[in-house]
Write a protein that binds this ligand. Structure first.
Ligand code: C5P
Length: 229
């Protein structure tokens, strides 16, 4: 069986407040997206499909990377992932049961060893799984005025990260079903859960942050520098 990867990179990154989409911001002298792709290409994935926004003016400035193809982005992240899976399914060498790893463009600090650990651990599970982190803080639910209504137990509560690894055809069917039903899914696991399956959570190193706010850039630079030492 082969492993493939999909990188949704068609977001505008509104919360970043920058002129260019966040996946193209420079991090230690290289666009964030390039760091992310280089991490995936250090594993034994056969190839990577990147979903890009129609109005993307930055992709062409990246150096050409081997085994990387592009697909059109969509309105939501899940649409961008679906389009990339459609592209993969046109490749003659792709089998419906092949594994696909979906990884956010905005997570350049993922460790290659964590991706490899996910691949090894999930290979024994029929459905798939995802990198995740146990919640550390005490969790509160609040009303619309930000007043606490409940303390939520953090036991058995995890942060869902990426990559998320599933069987290609199953993931495509799950995302398509969620889209037809108008069910908003914010990660791949949620679509698989809606099919009645239970993906496995695999612990990630906590430096696998999603760059969302301007302050995250300095933190990401620190994490990458630490990894290179
Ligand atoms: O906005 P957020 O940080 O949740 O986006 C996660 C990832 O999904 C980013 O890499 C972003 O570029 C991508 N995305 C996408 N298509 C969209 C929205 C987000 O590919 N319509």
């Amino acid at each position: 069986l082969n492993y493939w990867a999909v990188v949704p990179a068609a977001g505008v990154g509104q919360r970043m407040g920058s002129a260019c989409p966040k996946q193209y911001l420079s991090l230690l002298g290289k666009p964030i997206l390039q760091h992310t792709l280089e991490k995936l290409l250090q594993t034994n994935v056969q190839g990577v499909v990147v979903s890009l926004a129609a109005e993307d003016n930055y992709w062409s400035q990246l150096p050409t990377l081997p085994r990387v193809w592009t697909a059109p982005g969509g309105t939501e992240r899940s649409d961008s992932v679906r389009h990339a899976l459609e592209k993969l399914l046109t490749f003659p060498e792709v089998k419906p049961n092949d594994w696909v790893l979906v990884h956010d463009a905005a997570r350049p600090c993922v460790r290659v060893s964590d991706i490899q650990n996910l691949m090894q651990t999930v290979a024994d599970y029929p459905i798939g799984g995802l990198l995740a982190n146990p919640v550390r803080d005490t969790m509160k639910r609040a009303d619309t005025q930000n007043c606490v209504t409940e303390t939520v137990s953090r036991q058995q509560l995890w942060h869902a990260l990426t990559p998320q690894m599933f069987r290609l055809q199953l993931l495509y069917d799950a995302l398509t079903t969620a889209a037809i039903q108008g069910y908003p899914v914010t990660d791949e696991s949620q679509a698989i859960e809606l099919m009645g399956y239970s993906p496995v959570l695999v612990s990630s190193h906590p430096d696998n942050i999603k760059i969302t706010h301007p302050d995250d850039l300095a933190l990401a630079a620190l994490f990458l520098q630490q990894q290179n030492n």
